[in-house]
Design a protein. Structure first.
Lengths: 354, 354
């Protein structure tokens, strides 16, 4: 029996759910390994994957008997068939964070059961990573570092942000990544003051601050990473000062992230530092990642989170001066019993092009 | 005043909605041009875009006074502020196809109004394209054709499916496309029998059928296109026969697509052809596209659709022989008063490499 589905069944028992409808494709991939459109039903009689003819051949050749999942082509199912899946169930859970209001109504009509909202049962389980998952993320981080090494040599005044962003993608995808983990950010000059800048046709100029934020996927698992390059040799005092501030915040957080620590306590200190320097906090200090680039928990001042061994997070303090420039430093890190290990390992200096 | 928002307000009046919450980012982009995370509120007092500090600078520099949209940073809003947005409203619509069950509950708590499900008001408006939209899709189709010209020369026995897929992406993105419209399909040999095959490390072999399905985006607007290359000179009879069948279906549909025509009537004839030849129908014959790669309406046997002038659709019949090969031919086409114009224009032959 699939161990993850067994865990889910135990959780369902605690919540008095006899069945569960899993609609989020990332959760389906996590539980079964399947990468196909469809719906996974966990039910007393049998676990079922409902899919359509486009995916049927691939799904059937992937699933093994051990998985104990029966596949159905939705084209062949009657209204009565749908009712039989959960006919012994009193309560059936659904993923309220993923299912649309429309789909909820369709499920009600289709399965004719009492639907119960569930809030991230599987996502909660995904928070602590298994060795194989960490290994994939480690590989994605390795490619990301190699890519930044390449970009430091590659980038030149006169290139556009878009050109450099595309070079990042080409490098990662020809060096073992299957795809980007998210849209690459290359933001130069005053564009860097927007944390979520989109690469433009703006040419990178002499003495620009260039903010990078990128990552890739290996076997579906993400890396996330930010660094800054200065397009010159003579870094202005204001840039140096803010880089130093961000670096200090980064190092303070990294030193304190360890199993069982209270995140709020660490971040309160950072919040005070921002206030003392009159910098605005434009985003959280980090987030978990895995099959999704943004997973729970996040490093937020409002969080009651206690860290666990084998959680994977980003640490990413940033300061943004509107209309001028911004600086963010970010690594993907692994929480362990003895502290945190950065999986992206490029130096944190503000790089200069000479 | 923004003309599209004016149209929406007229629709809302018909539905007795005094306010509307727009959450789908594609609909927000369509109505306002904004490409940023946030929520658009259409309300009697003022139209509001709620966003966060990551996007604020970009949003404010993009919006003009003519748009009549006021931006708020959600960080600065109190519980009471949210209630005031719709305080004169009896009924407020929300997008039931986009909003999750969880978000629906949050809206109820936040805005304290009577929420009314709406089903694709904006999507319905998006079905008929404006000239500027058609122009963007025309450009995306032009790049797509150019790319296929390039790939016909580029592809060689021994390359992997992934390599060729990446070359397609590189070509389109260095020739004017901002990104892919969807994940490129390059499926060779028996992989081509799966309509939604993902490019693998399989090497392309002599005498493989290679199925291509790709498209790109220009200013957010998509193209969609499929063709087949045979890796040799001597096409087997079975491949020729199926290519001829698919081509006939394609041509029959294209000849008959015209304003006001009933789609069901055309496709019934195709369905009969498939039955007569004992081929299975694995997917619909086409779909609309625009800012999304899949939009309503679709070319389905179940559809009561009557075509309208300036609708944009794909036409994509396909036949798949499990374990052996598949052939799909697809163009992006524009419906006009005098027939349909294909915007992708590559020849429909099964290309041979010599």
């Amino acid at each position: 029996m699939n161990a993850k589905i067994q865990f889910l069944k135990n959780q369902m028992k605690i919540l008095n759910l006899q069945g569960m409808i899993i609609s989020n494709p990332v959760n389906i991939r996590y539980l079964t390994g399947l990468v196909a459109e469809g719906t996974l039903l966990i039910a007393p009689k049998e676990n079922v994957f409902l899919t359509d003819s486009r995916y049927l051949e691939a799904v059937n050749s992937y699933l093994t008997i051990d998985q104990e999942i029966v596949t159905y082509d939705i084209k062949n199912l009657t209204i009565d068939d749908y009712i039989t899946f959960f006919e012994e169930c009193e309560n059936v859970g659904f993923e309220e964070k993923y299912v649309t209001y429309e789909l909820y109504k369709i499920y009600l009509q289709t399965y004719k059961v009492n639907l119960v909202e569930t809030d991230g049962i599987i996502e909660k389980y995904r928070e602590v990573k298994e060795d194989a998952e960490i290994e994939n993320i480690r590989k994605a981080c390795f490619i990301t570092d190699k890519c930044f090494d390449h970009i430091k040599e590659y980038i030149k005044v006169g290139m556009t942000e878009k050109e450099v962003a595309f070079e990042i993608e080409k490098f990662m995808r020809t060096n073992g990544a299957e795809e980007l983990a998210f849209d690459t950010i290359v933001a130069s000059g005053s564009n860097s003051s927007m944390p979520h800048a989109v690469p433009t046709d703006k040419k990178i100029e002499q003495n620009d601050v260039v903010q990078f934020d990128f990552g890739c996927k290996v076997n579906g698992y993400c890396s996330d990473f930010s660094r800054v390059i200065f397009m010159g040799n003579d870094i202005p005092d204001e840039v140096q000062k803010i880089h130093k501030f961000v670096l200090n915040e980064y190092e303070f957080i990294i030193r304190n992230l360890i199993e069982n620590v209270s995140v709020k306590k660490i971040l309160k200190k950072c919040e005070q530092d921002y206030k003392d320097n009159e910098y605005e906090l434009l985003h959280s200090f980090g987030h978990s990642l895995g099959l999704d680039i943004h997973e729970e928990p996040i490093l937020s001042l409002k969080s009651d989170l206690k860290l666990k061994n084998n959680m994977l997070l980003t640490v990413e303090p940033g300061v943004y001066i509107p209309g001028k420039f911004g600086i963010r430093l970010e690594d993907t890190v692994l929480i362990t019993r003895s502290g945190c290990n950065t999986l992206t390992k490029s130096p944190l200096t503000i790089f200069k092009t000479i």
